[in-house]
Design a protein around this ligand. Structure first.
Ligand code: PLP
Length: 458
């Protein structure tokens, strides 16, 4: 049966009430029956349509990933052409297909400033992070310092859900049900001006504290035991935490002094979201290893890439004995159809300067959002480019968060949806990560809807 859009919408409406065998990820295993599920049926540009036929502005961009907008003909055509030729083939030892080489070349070219040299593919951000962590240990075996096995990471960080990424993740809710986790992970404080252990509101002073903490921890553990420092250039899922200007350059300087690798988790920030092609580039630092997913294929087909700079790649390629073998990879480490989608997406990102648009429209969004701080529950709005958070507090003086079980974030998101905008409730925050094709008027519309939604919940 071919469903017309109208009948597709009617049929999809049934899913709101039908028995479901589906466990929603990141959700209670038993869904609250009073909480209505948003059934998304179709997407076009910066909008999606739900099962009732409502057209909604997509303030979440799928899940920080539909960066080029929905239903782009160029991307669909590239996928179809590849499917007609070869949907899938592997790329293990001695086998490959053209698109995977094309995409690796394209990435190394785009990341020449970072001295990018080699690429290993996967399917999602968790793969990209796991590859980065494992290969950073391999680097040290190849480089003759096998004792470097520890990882440094940050509180409030999110690095995906594989066991390595879970272990370096800095939010305890992801640890409770899945221990024991990887040993040798050291959490440091997050560059979070709004809430930090020193209660400082001065960015330069915050960096001083954090750098001192980093130095002390390295001294205590011994730099010769630490493989890598992993972090997001702007922490995303942890609440869109934008570090002080001098944070990243100073971290990089300390890491260099101790030879520690820097892994930049660019899963959210890669390919434009912060207003720069890379999050780390925006802070003027060059990582040794970069983890990409989400925006690389903009959600059209799952894909991840972990990119290694020349230092890491050369050491592994020239490592002694078994240390130069990449004994790591996935069935989908180089999926031809995903690679074709990514090539088409990256064409759009570069041709339409989506990082530039994210910077310009992001500035409008961040500016307008600040007006929401007059609402009862809004402690702070913050962000960079087209990633933003509304931090919901019970008490503006103490900055104590709202009770996550109060459902306030969900109520605000539901009210925003009635105003025509999808936003993401995440515990005690509302998260915004729209397509990078967003226009300034649409940014204003998002804020207007949130203003109305917050007024209702106030
Ligand atoms: N790293 C970061 C910074 C992320 O935000 C995410 C997902 O949101 C991941 C890794 C994991 O990506 P995925 O959910 O595709 O496995």
């Amino acid at each position: 049966t071919v469903l017309t859009p109208d009948s597709a919408i009617r049929a999809a409406g049934d899913y709101k009430t039908a028995t479901k065998n589906f466990w929603h990820p990141m959700s209670p295993s038993k869904q609250d029956p009073s909480q209505e599920t948003l059934i998304v049926v179709s997407g076009e540009g910066n909008y999606v349509t739900d099962a009732d036929g409502n057209r909604l502005l997509d303030g979440v961009g799928g899940l920080w990933n539909v960066n080029v907008g929905h239903n782009r003909a160029e991307v669909k055509d590239a996928i179809k052409a590849q499917l007609d030729q070869l949907a899938y083939y592997q790329s293990f030892d001695g086998v490959a297909h053209p698109r995977v080489y094309d995409l690796a070349d394209r990435l190394v070219g785009m990341l020449a400033q970072e001295d990018a040299h080699r690429v290993l593919f996967g399917s999602n951000g968790s793969d990209a992070v796991e590859t980065a962590l494992k290969l950073s240990r391999q680097y040290w075996i190849a480089a003759g310092e096998p004792g470097r096995v520890r990882f440094l990471s940050l509180r409030n960080s999110y690095h995906g859900m594989h066991i390595g990424g879970t272990s370096v993740g800095g939010n305890a809710v992801y640890h409770y049900n899945h221990g024991p986790l990887l040993p040798g992970v050291e959490l440091l404080d997050s560059p979070f001006l709004y809430r930090n252990p020193w209660n400082t509101e001065d960015p330069a002073e915050l960096t001083d504290h954090l750098i001192r903490q980093l130095e002390e921890r390295i001294e205590f553990l011994g730099g010769q035991t630490i493989a890598a420092f992993i972090a997001e250039p702007v922490q995303g899922a942890g609440g869109v935490i934008v570090p002080p200007e001098d944070y990243w350059p100073r971290v990089r300087e300390v890491l260099d002094r101790h030879g520690i690798l820097m892994i930049s988790d660019e899963v959210v920030t890669g390919f434009g979201r912060t207003g720069n092609m890379l999050g780390s580039r925006g802070w003027g630092v060059k990582p040794d290893i970069m983890a990409f997913a989400k925006g690389i294929s903009a959600g059209y087909i799952p894909l991840a890439a972990t990119v290694f700079n020349r230092r890491v790649a050369d050491a592994i390629e020239n490592g002694p004995g078994f240390s130069n073998v990449i004994m790591h990879g996935y069935t989908y480490s180089g999926h031809p159809t995903a690679a074709a989608a990514a090539l088409a997406v990256l064409d759009i990102v570069e041709r339409d300067d989506l990082p530039g648009n994210a910077g310009l429209v992001g500035a409008v969004l961040q500016d307008e959002l600040q007006a929401l701080e007059s609402h009862r529950y809004v402690g702070e709005t913050r962000g960079k480019g087209l990633m933003a958070a509304i931090d919901l507090v019970a008490d503006k003086g103490t900055r104590e968060s709202v009770d996550p079980s109060s459902g306030i974030a969900h109520r605000i998101a539901a009210a925003a949806r009635e105003e025509g905008v999808v936003v993401r409730p995440a515990g005690t925050k509302i998260i915004l990560s729209p397509p990078l094709t967003l226009e300034a008027d649409e940014a204003r519309e998002m804020v207007r809807a949130l203003d109305a939604a917050l007024s209702r919940v106030d």
